[in-house]
Write a protein that binds this ligand. Sequence first.
Ligand code: AMP
Ligand code: ZN
Ligand code: ZN
Length: 401
Amino acid sequence: MKKLLLIFIILIQNLIAQSTPYVILISFDGFRWDYANRGITPNLDFIKENGVHATSLKPSFPSKTFPNHYTIVTGLYPENHGIIANSFIDPFTNQKYSISDTAAVRNPFWYQGEAIWETAKRQGLITASYFWPGSELNLEYRRPTYYEKYEHKRDYNLRIKGVLDWLSLPYSQRPKFITLYFDATDTYGHQYGTDSPELNMSVMKLDSLLGKLLNGLKKINLYDSTDVIVVSDHGMTNISKDRVINVEEILSGYQTKFLDNGPIMYVIPEAENFENVYLKLKSAENHFKVYKKEEMPEYYHFSKNPLIPELILIADVGWSLMTEKEIKRQSNRNWGGNHGYDNNALDMQGIFFAIGPDFKNGYTTGTIDNIDIYPLLAKILRIEPNNKIDGKLERIEFLLK
Ligand code: AMP
Ligand code: ZN
Ligand code: ZN
């Protein structure tokens, strides 16, 4: 009798597994919401007509790459998952995190919360990542089953081929959830700005790669059983050498350390000067805002983490906070675009497009929040989400059939 019951349970589990769709989560880094309205993205247009589309995807603060990619896969605000910037310092140990430091990027110490591939793996699903921030941790159970180590110049067609190869594995080894990442729109947006022909070329290139992936899925007969979700981590705005705030000049006479520059800067004064430095910055507020950590407006959700420094400067959109040294170092650069600003700003909004058996057909909604993507992924993967998250399924599930 017990044996029969066991066989029955296994049969049911297999049936559920087989009805679970494949899910491919694609990130086009820095793809601003309106790039999709330029009439140069036929494949995104196809998804819009036959799947779902949000007017924009709101990033979390700060609107930077690593914080937001990790938010998308954990459902947590950066203050709760710990990747509070692309680079930061632990003030208690002086240990540094930076996205260009491979050892740091793979060190699980920095990453709180649970990525969707951990949740899925624990519940018996095979997962894979062709690049994603947080996918390379030095702990097997925190990584996707299959993963690729980040290589900025890896040929884009090889990335598509890699995903299709995973989906062509025998069923028992085939991943149900796959991530895929492309940097081009971020890279060209930074270098040439948001209205350049170079940026538009990168938009067209990524759109055509999406077309290739959709065609590839048809060729291996998985198109009808795959949910494809295309997102971006943030938008982009044009910057200029005429919109620079020299923070060092404002604070001349004070011994301070400066962390980061551009849309956000952290100022670390000597303890005895803290209040004076704050008041000095406050009186000089022009095209930027200064906040003590505890007075950060609630909507940023950016004050809880002990790694967030005590004084936070946020530039107005399009302005850059800089030190003397940075101003000199960057004097001959090409002023293109940047991001990291207030995550409510229109230019910081990203994209959300999705198509597949679980999504409605030809449905458009307004702005959705990127913290809600994790519970959406759990739902379409038919798994229990981790319950300690900031995201909420009820704010996003109306996109599903
Ligand atoms: P940013 O524009 O500074 O917010 O960061 C964008 C950069 O992040 C890209 O140009 C990539 O070089 C880098 N990047 C993206 N994904 C990864 C990854 N998985 N590992 C390391 N670096 C990455
Ligand atoms: Zn980015
Ligand atoms: Zn960028």
